[in-house]
Write a protein that binds this ligand. Structure first.
Ligand code: PEP
Ligand code: MN
Length: 378
């Protein structure tokens, strides 16, 4: 088993999506997942004046002990996350190294996703777009890819309006087996064509491990949908790629459940994960779901991973999507995902909740206003 590269996040952001399987298949083997009850993460915080030699020495020693090290560089300090079997970590004198200021165990059940494991927010690169920085990134597109004219026209309009990432489902998880299930491979090819036409990177859903290789050839970011949030074999498989993964919260999942599911992906070596709040089921019947904006500040405090909000599925009614999108930005979302369709009455899925291109363009201007009011940009 190999260990993580010293800073896989930094390295991954340079790799881009050219080779979806990239180093996960070759140079950097998947990590063995920590065994339940045995894994411990320890956070080493270095002194502000710690030298590069001291940091390298600590990392080399950790690797020499057969433990994993994850290095995160802040402006003032370096945080080194150590993970491995509890008995092995506890006996090591981690505080004895020159340059170390403090050593603290991560006691939470989610370790690699916990904020303290990196000590700073993660920035995830999707194509050339960075999510998790100052910019609030807009992702938009239809629920389903339906045909060439539809996806190209929508991609062009949302790109012109300011969206940075194109969404669209080729494999659709539908409540009824008789509803449109998506175009499959043909849909992925149409998404690739829309990317060529517009330059927008694409995010699309993978529903099954058997489709992962195919979807991975086209997607710049994989979406794991709400219904699959606890499909642990799928989570492990996407964790073995180096592609960014947006994990949507299950409709009956707690915030902690979401974090634990993300931990599956990171524990396989893929740190390029975004979390998406998309509404949960409650007793309320006036809206499709209840968008839990509480989750946004809670997640921002609990994890270093960027937070995306999908107000479209969250409220499920076109008229109310813009208000919830604005509220999500105000709450601190790093990205907003919105369904847009140029002919909603003809849409094969979710026509009642998607915005028209003009409505989306209008919303972008208002989102910009809110983003600027809280010190961010669009
Ligand atoms: C979607 O994004 O179109 C979708 C099916 O989302 P969710 O998994 O949140 O229902
Ligand atoms: Mn949808």
């Amino acid at each position: 088993m190999s260990t993580l590269a010293s800073n896989p996040l930094a390295a991954d952001t340079k790799l881009g999506p050219a080779s979806p399987w990239g180093s996960s298949q070759k140079g950097c083997e998947p990590l063995n997942p920590p065994q339940t009850g045995e894994a411990l993460a320890m956070i080493i915080i270095t002194r502000p004046n710690a030298t590069e030699d001291q940091i390298e020495h600590i990392v080399a020693r950790i690797h020499g002990w057969g433990l994993r090290a994850e290095v995160s560089r802040g402006e003032m300090r370096v945080v080194i996350g150590v993970i491995g079997p509890e008995d092995k970590i506890r006996e090591k004198p981690l505080g004895a190294f020159p340059g170390v200021e403090s050593v603290t165990p991560v006691l939470k059940p989610y370790k690699l996703v916990s904020y303290e494991f990196r000590g700073m927010p993660s920035k995830i690169k999707i194509g050339n777009v960075v999510v998790g920085g100052k910019e609030v990134v807009l992702m938009a597109g239809p629920c389903s890819v339906e045909n060439e004219d539809q996806i190209i026209a929508i991609a062009q309009s949302i790109g012109k309006a300011g969206a940075k990432i194109l969404r669209g489902g080729a494999f659709k998880p539908r409540t009824s087996p008789y509803s449109f299930q998506g175009l499959g491979k043909a849909g992925l090819q149409l998404l690739a064509e829309a990317r060529r036409e517009t330059g927008l990177p694409i995010i699309t859903e993978v529903m099954d491990t058997k489709d992962l290789e195919l979807v991975g050839e086209y997607a710049d970011c994989l979406q794991v949908g709400a219904r699959n949030m606890q499909n642990f074999s799928l989570l492990r498989e996407v964790g073995r790629t180096k592609l960014p993964v947006m994990l949507k919260r299950g409709m009956a999942a707690s915030i902690k459940d979401l974090l634990m599911s993300a931990e599956y992906i990171l524990s396989e070596g893929n740190f390029n994960v975004l979390l998406c709040e998309r509404g949960i089921r409650t007793f309320e019947t006036m809206t499709r779901n209840t968008l839990d904006l509480n989750a946004v500040p809670v997640l921002k405090a609990e994890t270093h991973l960027p937070v995306v909000v999908d107000p479209t599925h969250g409220i499920g009614i076109r008229q109310f999507v813009p208000s919830m999108a604005l509220a999500a930005v105000a709450a601190g979302a790093d990205a907003i995902m919105i369904e847009v369709h140029n002919a909603p009455e003809l849409a094969k899925s979710d026509g009642e909740q998607c915005l028209l291109p003009g409505e989306f363009a209008d919303l972008v201007g208002r989102i910009r206003g809110v983003a600027e009011a809280i010190g961010r940009e669009v």
